[in-house]
Design a protein around this ligand. Structure first.
Ligand code: NAP
Length: 328
């Protein structure tokens, strides 16, 4: 098969399309002809040698895909050749073929294109897991979402809305904030206007938020703690603003009874990913089918332009997901 390969590690110039051995599906796996895949920040890190794939996964980028089933193992239930599916992958999504455990396949609702479907797995499953399983979001709570116009943020805003909860968001431009409000955020703060903590205090009458969904890390840590209400929870799932917090008093955790936790999807074992996918599919697929949830696609690139796609993400230009179309 063809796949996007890397001539060593480095900038976008290392990416090129070349030949790679086909994946060999197991009895309980589907072989899928990949029609679309999508970018994630992890791809940029992997390209630079900072986020190696898990053991046994080829060093090909790509954490998700959408496509058509072209082969089914004997333990693949009622899936058949031609079914449209999308799924999370541990890697190797930038390729013509993927083998996926049948339990991780999500049937694509008829109203969604392959371009839209590839924009679902990684960011929606991440937001779903962290909001509902890790942070235990309940109706009426208020969530602060940073980097909210990105892939995970645009998914999180919609899931929070569907949970009858409230999102407050931060992002780096007026246009990005506007997009978040359209998706259902209650209010947004452009961080170029100054620190967000006083704004959060104003929005919540001084109470603070119940949950912070944080991808930024060290540079926001202090303000995140200030912004949490008593019994607040913070989930750290990215460190775009640094991973080292220089000074931190544990006292804040006690006085406000805070919980800080972290999570990562890629390193989860397959049975847990299958369980998460099944729960998410039950919740979300009917909502995608009737339009309550919409994958926010920023741009679609032909995979021959993968370098341009990476540059777009690297310069923080995207609102929602950047999708790659796998062409002949
Ligand atoms: N742990 C997990 O399982 C998991 C899974 C998926 C994603 N993630 C992580 O979640 C994060 C977001 O992913 P994504 O797919 O939403 O990415 P994305 O679509 O590329 O959006 C990221 C946005 O973050 C903002 N940003 C970048 N650097 C920043 C900084 N230093 N401070 C504040 N904002 C910054 C930029 O928007 P502005 O213009 O608003 O600054 C950028 O467009 C990444 O760190 C990713 O690795 C973790």
């Amino acid at each position: 098969m063809k796949a996007v390969l890397m001539r060593g590690i480095g900038g976008v110039e290392v990416l090129h399309i070349g030949e790679h051995p086909d994946p060999v599906p197991k009895d309980d796996e589907l072989l899928v002809r990949v029609r679309t895949t999508a970018l994630n920040r992890a791809d940029l890190l992997q390209r630079r040698g900072m986020h190696p794939p898990p053991k046994g996964v080829p060093d090909i980028l790509g954490l998700e895909m959408a496509g058509e089933v072209v082969g089914t193992g004997p333990a693949c239930g009622d899936f058949k050749v031609g079914d449209r599916v999308c799924a999370l992958l541990p890697g190797a999504g930038y390729a013509e073929l993927a083998a996926i455990p049948v339990g991780m396949a999500m049937r694509i609702p008829e109203n969604l294109s392959f371009e839209q479907a590839a924009a679902i797995p990684e960011v929606f499953l991440t937001a779903y897991q962290n909001l509902f399983h890790v942070a235990r979001l309940v109706p009426g709570e208020v969530v602060l979402v940073h980097a909210a116009a990105g892939g995970v943020g645009t998914a999180a805003i919609q899931l929070i809305r569907e949970a009858n909860a409230v999102s407050l968001v931060t992002a780096g431009s007026r246009e990005k904030i506007e997009s978040c409000l359209i998706l259902g955020a209650r209010a947004g703060w452009n961080y170029n206007g100054g620190p967000f903590a006083p704004w959060v205090a104003g929005q919540t009458g001084g109470r603070g938020v119940d949950i912070v969904l944080d991808f930024v890390g060290a540079s926001y840590f202090e303000q995140n703690l200030q912004s949490l209400a008593t019994d607040g929870r913070m989930v750290v799932i990215g460190t775009m603003g640094g991973a080292q917090v220089e000074k931190f008093s544990l006292r804040a955790l006690m006085t406000k009874r805070l919980q800080i936790t972290g999570a990562a999807l890629r390193s989860m074992d397959v049975p847990r990913k299958v369980a998460l996918t099944r729960k998410f599919a039950e919740f979300a697929l009917p909502r995608f089918a009737d339009g309550r949830l919409v994958p926010r696609v920023d741009t679609v690139f032909d995979w021959n332009d993968v370098a341009k796609a990476h540059e777009r993400m690297e310069t923080n230009a995207n609102i929602g997901k950047i999708v790659l179309r796998v062409t002949k």
